[in-house]
Design a protein. Sequence first.
Length: 126
Amino acid sequence: MDQQEKTFTQDEVNKIVSDRLGREKERYEKDYQAKAEELRQQELRIKGTELLKSHHFSEEMYDILKFSNTEELETSILSLKKALQGTHTRLGPTGVTPGEPRSIYLSDSEHKQSLAEDPIRKGMGL
């Protein structure tokens, strides 16, 4: 028995190649979109934590606030700062005033003072 080889016309080859390229392109576009979103989220987290630190908030606040871009984060931080203004307690030399809840917000001078007086930071030579 003699097997005959299948031959393809140029149009058939072009269609096969075009279909395969289309599938690969679609797959790579999905991968690209996923990676781009992952990168955007990483950049937002970095900018967000820097922004929180610049307002003397803990990095843990990042996961509490709701936002999808840095402008919304800035608005959230300013709203939180305004809401907490005048409600924070003065901290003692150890960082916590006995019998009172710990504040999540410090003024600039309190922030610098608490860092200077922190016994752990002093012990580590920071």
